[in-house]
Design a protein around this ligand. Structure first.
Ligand SMILES: Cc1ncc(COP(=O)(O)O)c(C=O)c1O
Length: 413
């Protein structure tokens, strides 16, 4: 286990400010930067192409990274794991494959979903635009019905809210953790309920705010697809992420991008894709240093202990919420459960003005709609406050920092 002090020493930014915007992205620890530097300085070569020694080393490290990331962050095998540049790309890859059948060896295969008249996609009003817009487009293109589940009053997605799923509902997409109010949903129970209603309904989970902040076991959750961002909880570099796809689906999944590095043969009138399914999604030279960095980041959070990270974030969030709840004039959003992300507004203040005032005290927070405009409107805070203020912790935040945040917010009332 790594101590908080050790992790803070690895992240110089933590000494310069109170960084409380981990929901947006995270600073990268020095060992992760070193792993990327090592690639640039010692074996900077393309992967899965060259035969010389440093090219082989690059490929080996890249494959190791895929194994580490899938195992540590999602508890799945690398054969069911696709590297992406972020959650947004992961969701778009799934949307693409739901609209286009796999073309391989010159033949069009059976589609992942056979859409019919009156079929429906379900999502929720809590989603980030990156887990909403592509499903809206898919529904439009295929002339499908589209429904949004609305959360309970405390912004929790309760399993019974998904009872609208029926035999016509072929796909559901929803989040693991809300970036806009911090709620951690009981994904396993929700998926169980969905599959009871329709065992053939496929489920995509937006895990942007999950892996790295807590242990995640995609097999145990029972989802068909689980996407995440590498540059948030896992402490990986920006431009990295991943997507778990259940084996029987990845075999039938059409890649969104075609090109070099993903084929077994190309003829004048067609092509055959790589036999290794997970490698059909790496067309073009990938973000090699970034993804090797993500592999190192997975090892790094694993050394801290994913359970330790979760426990600590919850503790910091609890202290903050308890203390702020004693003050008058603050509105909170999200459930009462312990969690590492707390969101609020101060009555009479625009959310951005609160964030700017906190910045003057060197406290970095996020304000606004958090790319969740439908949720902000649903909560009635889009026009009123311009969204809300978000404080999102990671393992390296301290109780001393929480105390300073409480004092600074108290000073604004
Ligand atoms: C819940 C959620 N979904 C999706 C995204 C989009 O992630 P990315 O920008 O890494 O694609 C975010 C980013 O804040 C998020 O918090």
């Amino acid at each position: 286990m790594k101590t908080v002090e050790e992790v803070r020493n690895d992240i110089p930014l933590t000494k310069k400010c109170i960084y409380a915007d981990n929901g947006a992205t995270t600073p990268v620890p020095v060992p992760v930067i070193n792993a990327m530097n090592e690639y640039f300085l010692e074996y900077c070569a393309n992967v899965e192409r060259g035969t010389y020694s440093i090219a082989l080393k690059a490929s080996k490290k890249w494959n190791e990274a895929r194994r580490n990331v899938s195992k540590i962050l999602l508890n799945c095998g690398d054969e069911e794991f696709i590297f992406t540049k972020n959650l947004t790309e992961a969701a778009n890859m799934v949307a693409y494959a739901l609209e286009h059948s796999l073309l391989n060896d010159g033949k069009e295969q059976n589609p992942i979903v056979k859409w019919g008249e009156g079929d429906r996609i379900v999502s929720t009003i809590m989603e980030h635009h990156s887990n909403l817009m592509m499903w809206l487009r898919l529904a439009k293109h295929l002339n499908l019905d589209f429904s949004l589940v609305k959360p309970a009053n405390d912004c929790r997605l309760l399993p019974e809210l998904f009872d609208i799923v029926d035999e016509k509902t072929k796909f559901v997409a929803f989040q693991h953790v809300s970036n806009a109010v911090g709620t951690v949903h009981d994904v396993k129970k929700i998926i169980k309920r969905i599959k009871e209603k329709n065992p053939d309904c496929l489920v995509f989970v937006d895990g942007s705010q999950g892996p790295g902040h807590m242990p995640v076991n995609v097999k145990g959750l029972g989802c068909d697809f689980y996407g995440f961002s590498g540059h948030k909880g896992p402490l990986g570099p920006q431009g990295t992420g991943g997507l778990y796809v259940k084996k029987e689906l990845i075999e039938k999944m059409e890649p969104m991008l075609l090109g070099g590095g993903i084929i077994s043969d190309v003829l004048e009138n067609g092509y055959s894709l790589a036999d290794t399914y997970s490698k059909r999604f790496d067309a073009g030279t990938p973000n090699i240093p970034g993804l090797i960095g993500l592999g190192k980041a997975a090892e790094y959070v694993n050394e801290i202990g994913l359970g330790n990270i979760e426990k600590r974030e919850k503790k910091l969030g609890r202290i903050l919420l308890e203390e702020l709840s004693r003050m008058k004039g603050i509105e909170f959003y999200g459930s009462d459960d312990d969690r590492g992300t707390i969101t609020f507004n101060i009555k009479g203040w625009r959310s951005h003005d609160v964030s700017l005032a906190l910045d003057e005290k060197n406290i970095l927070t996020r304000a606004g709609h958090h790319c969740c405009i439908p949720l902000m409107r649903f909560l009635g805070i889009h026009e009123k406050y311009g969204g809300n203020v978000r404080i999102s912790f990671h393992y390296y935040n301290t109780e001393g920092e929480v105390k300073k945040i409480i004092e600074a917010i108290g000073g604004l009332l």
